[in-house]
Ligand binder design. Structure first.
Ligand SMILES: [Mn+2]
Length: 289
């Protein structure tokens, strides 16, 4: 298992990856750092680009319309990549779950899948999904841990249908951010539980690992004998997950990459923007993971 430590990439030459994973962009919210993502997309190409959920924040847009030009540009740039030959796969999350009704269909050149199994260049099979599917289970992880496999699968199914029903009734999605806000002391424990729930799911399916998003915390590490990868977000951490042509996986920390870029090289870069604070679950109060 090649669970390497995260790599901070500050050598910003245009790079062609085998695979890129980005998630939690939250287009439609003021917190979205669209300019940084545009910069990232300009420097990074891939054979396959996974959009791992919470790309467009439908929940936020329903409350208040916020759609500046940069957010439009992100959509256009991704569509252009798809037209130019990048395979783009969209795996919806809880904030863009409106797209889940289109699972199995294509939107232009973009495939929409509930989840996927990605095979790396060195043959490892990774489950790709947003991760919100496990929220309700984590909240009750203490007693769910004692359930058998069949009951666990049933609980997972009920949790997802519970949230779909809430959506249909016009209620808000069970919110991770609200949960954390009221249980900040438990935020670290929550993240650990999340990682174990996702890794556990990959292991139950006899896969080598999982790639997810949702909790806005980039990570590559081995959990319960499988590889746990979280591609981070474009609200706080400004990070992506990348696979090179040999199958090596790494976190691309674009905030560090931008900070390290020589001033002379900053052409179209968003240099007038302040870098956001480092990702911290404890500082996430009031945001929308
Ligand atoms: Mn999410």
């Amino acid at each position: 298992m090649q669970a390497r430590a995260e790599t901070i990439v500050n050598d910003i030459r245009p790079t062609h990856w085998r695979t890129l994973w980005i998630s939690d962009i939250h287009l439609g919210t003021a917190g979205c750092k669209a300019e940084f993502l545009l910069d990232f997309l300009e420097y990074n190409e891939a054979e396959t680009l996974y959009l791992v959920g919470d790309i467009i924040d439908g929940w936020q847009l329903r409350r208040r319309w916020h759609w500046p030009q940069a957010h439009n540009d992100v959509v256009q740039r991704i569509l252009r990549k798809a037209r130019a030959g990048t395979r783009v796969v969209f795996v919806p999350g809880n904030h863009d779950e409106f797209a889940r009704q289109f699972v199995g269909h294509a939107f232009g050149d973009i495939e929409i899948l509930e989840e996927d199994v990605h095979v790396t260049a060195d043959g490892r099979r990774l489950l790709v999904l947003h991760g919100d599917q496990f929220d309700g289970l984590i909240e009750h992880s203490k007693w769910l841990a004692h359930l058998g496999d069949t009951l666990y699968t049933l609980a997972l199914w009920l949790n997802n249908h519970f949230n779909r029903l809430r959506h249909r009734l016009g209620l808000h999605y069970w919110s991770l951010s609200q949960y954390l806000k009221h249980k900040v002391k438990n935020a670290v424990a929550f993240i650990t539980d999340f990682e174990h729930a996702l890794a556990g799911e990959a292991r139950r399916r006899r896969l080598d690992g999982v790639v997810c998003g949702h909790i806005h915390k980039p990570e590559i590490r081995e959990v319960e004998g499988v590889l746990y990868c979280n591609d981070g977000d474009w609200v706080e951490s400004l990070s992506a997950l990348a696979e090179d042509h040999e199958g090596q996986l790494q976190i691309l920390d674009w905030s560090a990459a931008l900070a390290a870029r020589p001033a002379a090289g900053r052409g179209r870069g968003p240099r007038t923007l302040a870098l956001p604070a480092l990702p911290s679950a404890l500082r996430r109060q009031g945001k929308h993971p």
